[in-house]
Design a protein around this ligand. Structure first.
Ligand SMILES: [Zn+2]
Length: 372
């Protein structure tokens, strides 16, 4: 049988055929579909955020706008001066500006706009699930009704679910520098809105305010089928993490950096798969670490701890969730595989149901396969 010219010509060059086959196989099977820069890889990966104080997302521009609308005098004459105040150098300066800013929030619409601004921002960062802290006592102590606060936040969360496709859970935090009686009173007020609240937490100044101070109110919350979390081991010692586990029965520890000094505690956290919500830029700004290169995240991952990356108070600490991923990636030379693991952890550590967790983790794996 006569062979056509094309077949005959190629068959003369078996080496070239082999080389072509090798390249084809490389391109089809071995190489990723699309190689992204580390910035773009972080930007596009689906992720959840689990440690975010909604009052900590209040940007100077929005704060100034709402202050004017509510005729609230603030001690800063211009946006520039206000931005300068956000550029604080220590914890006390941070708390001063934080509470001053929160003081301009009066109406339900104010809480809505603050929450909506955060959700719109993180939507551009491919955040698909947010578990948000709010501090009702910061507002009820200055005469704002509990309902005003939660109605505004909840409405924005519903809008984000419907318009942006971001799912969410709400976590009500008790201010630990206040006493337990005040926390119990706040819990009572919250029970009317139990369907909107997934968990209770503990925030504000950690040192001298151990978890044990709030054991009773956490027991009451548990009886109401609320989950529990607590900030522990950020400024406070490893012992506070033990207390959060044993006395407050937390499902997650917020920060938890200081667990690394106690091998038994590490074993316990690993064995029970208790997640730690780590906040790199917050740790840097509040001087929990002096340099991000010394941040313990890598060590935590190597120990098998279920760690996640979060922004804490992004308007004050220099970045939202993606900026946190990028800063720690650069400081610790994390790989795309590490970033993929952290994004999967963010879903594994969330309060989503098991089926949704698995679905989201598969999406992260798919993204990694296509973009590594
Ligand atoms: Zn926090």
């Amino acid at each position: 049988m006569r062979r056509n010219v094309k077949e005959r010509d190629i068959s003369l060059y078996p080496d070239i055929q082999m080389i072509i086959r090798c390249y084809m196989s490389l391109f089809l099977n071995k190489l990723p579909m699309n190689t992204l820069s580390i910035e773009d890889f972080i930007s596009g990966i689906p992720k959840a955020e689990l440690h975010l104080h909604i009052e900590g997302t209040f940007e100077p521009e929005l704060m100034s706008k709402i202050a004017k609308r509510n005729n609230k005098k603030i001690k800063y004459q211009s946006i520039e001066e206000l931005k300068q105040a956000y550029n604080f150098n220590n914890l006390q300066d941070f708390l001063n500006i934080y509470y001053e800013s929160a003081g301009v929030l009066i109406e339900e619409q104010d809480f809505y706009e603050m929450t909506w601004a955060y959700l719109k921002k993180v939507h551009t960062q491919n955040l698909v699930h947010a578990e948000i802290f709010f501090d009702p006592q910061t507002h009820t102590d200055r005469g704002i009704k509990f309902s005003t606060v939660i109605d505004g936040i909840h409405r924005a969360l519903e809008d984000a679910r419907n318009k942006l496709g971001i799912s969410s859970k709400l976590i009500m935090c008790f201010l630990r520098h206040l006493d337990e009686e005040a926390a119990i009173h706040t819990l009572k007020e919250a029970l009317e809105y139990k369907d909107w609240i997934t968990a209770v937490g503990l925030d504000s100044s950690e040192v001298y305010n151990p978890p044990s101070k709030f054991q009773r109110v956490f027991e009451k919350a548990k009886k109401e089928n609320l989950l529990t979390v607590a900030h522990a081991g950020e400024e406070g010692p490893a012992e506070y993490i033990w207390e959060a586990l044993r006395l407050l029965k937390v499902s997650r520890v917020d920060h938890g950096n200081h667990c690394l000094v106690d091998e038994n505690l590490i074993k316990e956290l690993v064995k029970k798969k208790i997640p730690l919500t780590v906040c790199p830029l917050s740790n840097l700004k509040l001087k929990v670490v002096q340099d991000l290169k010394q941040h313990p995240l890598r060590k935590m991952m190597d120990k098998g701890l279920l760690v996640t990356i979060n922004s804490d108070d992004p308007a004050y600490f220099g970045g939202y969730v993606n900026e946190n991923y990028l800063a720690i990636t650069k400081a610790l030379n994390l790989s795309k595989e590490d970033i993929c693991q952290l994004a999967k952890n963010s879903f594994a550590a969330s309060f989503l149901d098991e089926e949704k967790k698995q679905q989201m983790m598969k999406q992260v794996d798919k993204y990694y396969q296509e973009n590594r």
